[in-house]
Design a protein around this ligand. Sequence first.
Ligand code: 5GP
Length: 236
Amino acid sequence: MEKRQELYAGKAKSVYSTDDDDFVILCFRDDTSAFDGEKMEQLSRKGEVNNKFNAYIMEYLEKAGIPTHFESLLSANEALVKNMDMMPIECVIRNVASGSLCRRLGVKEGQELSPAIFEFFLKDDALHDPMINEYHIETFSWASKENVITMKELTFKVNILLKDLFSEAGMILVDYKLEFGVFKGKVVLGDEFSPDGCRLWDEKTRKKLDKDRFRQGLGGVIEAYEEVALRIGVTL
Ligand code: 5GP
């Protein structure tokens, strides 16, 4: 399918229209950002690695019964996806304490969280993606009550599936963020799943293999992403 007009340029991906209103093309760029866009760099190969990684995960989830927007890989850094109405909400699940949870609550990084913690954030860089709850979502009409229930259920189902997938490859799924949209009335997983939006640690050494390498200036960012991809069987 042909790329037409650029509809939207996010921090790491651009969205293009196609000649079919039901589908758009996601273009994964090498741009890498952290701290709501305050730290920005180009990391060679990132677009390609994340595109292929995301395709693998989305197909894996789809096969396991999670509705996703993913249709097909179009090129090294492009994918065809369903054109959805995105809900401006980030759904986060945490299996191990890290990141903003530690900063907010003074919890020690690495503490196992049982049961896993679910959090909603508003997708708004200017406001630094503030934490919200079901009441904010309903009052401000960011999503319907039924869609909130579905998003939460799907995010927990993804946790079971992906914790196992990464565990079999010797990694701990520490936490992750999902975004959902509505396509023809149905809640569907959108955006991307890649080491940009999750935390993955090596099970034995606890080495960070995700975007925290970029956020914390640890180096070897793309090498870590490629290692994760190869470990779970993504063809790069
Ligand atoms: P935290 O709240 O600890 O910063 O993030 C929790 C999880 O969600 C992490 O895996 C983090 O990568 C992901 N996450 C949260 N907000 C964003 C965001 O705006 N963009 C991306 N790519 N990931 C996010």
